[in-house]
Design a protein around this ligand. Sequence first.
Ligand code: MG
Length: 395
Amino acid sequence: MDMDDKKQWRGKAILHVDINSFYSSCEEIKDPSLKGKPHAVIMTPQDNNSITKGAVTTCSYEAKKLGIKSAMPLYKALELCPNLILHSVDKKFYEKISNEVMKILEDYADIFEQASIDEAYLDCTIKMSNINITVEEYAQEIKKSIKEKCGGLLTSIGIAPTKSVAKIASDYQKPDGLTIVHFNALKDFLSRLDVETISGIGIKTQKILKEQMNIKTIGQLSNTDVQLLIERFGKKIGTWMWQVANGLDNEPVLPRGNHISLSNESTLEFVTEDKEIIKQALYELIDELYERIKNNKYQFRTVGIKLMRTDFSIETREKSYIKYQSEKKSIEYIIEEILGKFNLEDNNLIVPSKKIKNTKFLPIRKVGLKVSNLTAIEKSSKDNEYKQKTLLDYC
Ligand SMILES: [Mg+2]
């Protein structure tokens, strides 16, 4: 592992973000008195006050220290810790928290891929090359932002030029970890790790590698003749595992399913705290953003503004319409109102309160505009339009 971050980043900058002990951390958000205590979320049909059977899905770090693990049967967990506090799974609440986290993460990525309820990949290659901070500072900012805005949630982040290594790196230090693997350090970082650390190598494959082929570390896997792996596991899987072991896999970060949002952003020519200049910069983003809304045949309900201050902290505010909107002016009209929710210098405003006047806000260096709560303009209406047109053509 190479911690020398002053070095320029080479290759793609892919971040894998994993929320630590997600379900249990959500329970701590719901009930902060749980903090520091051993507690676990149990997969069970029973409700909170009467849990007698089931298995552990996630547990707090205090419970982990006592040997409690995911998938452990409840009776065994209670043997290890008789006063373990139990909760049944509250998927709805976890999803709500997950959405909040994902929305924040999305703002930091060029391309965003949610991998599960508590994991996401961020391709930040373009963003990283446009701002003059190190990947470490960037990741720390993300960690801080989630911790502050989402009830103290801790994350582990891995950064690497490939997705597979970013994922391994986020797993390397937990909780609250940050592991950076530079291009030149890829092979070195991987070489000593167990083959099982590769996400996608299951128990069966692991057994074959270790027991039949005597391949225990990723280093050994990388030095194995790829033909041998292909013979054993087939072309697709054999090639894949050899590439991963050599840090050569090239899987792109891909947004899954529908867009959560569409956005456009720009760096200001000079930093400023002047609301009018910021507003103007936001207006300039509308056309391109609206083009993309139209091309994707979306309607939107929410418009959001993102401002990055000179310390790289990111603030977001948004406003939602009651009904879906499809016109450009629905973005234009609402910008001023949303901007009013930020702490900015307003030169057109005579501020009577001394307290406000004395507040010094950090200037803005970057602005972003986003629409979310998207829905596709109904296909059926499009089909009707098409039918009508054909009929007319015939007439
Ligand atoms: Mg997790």
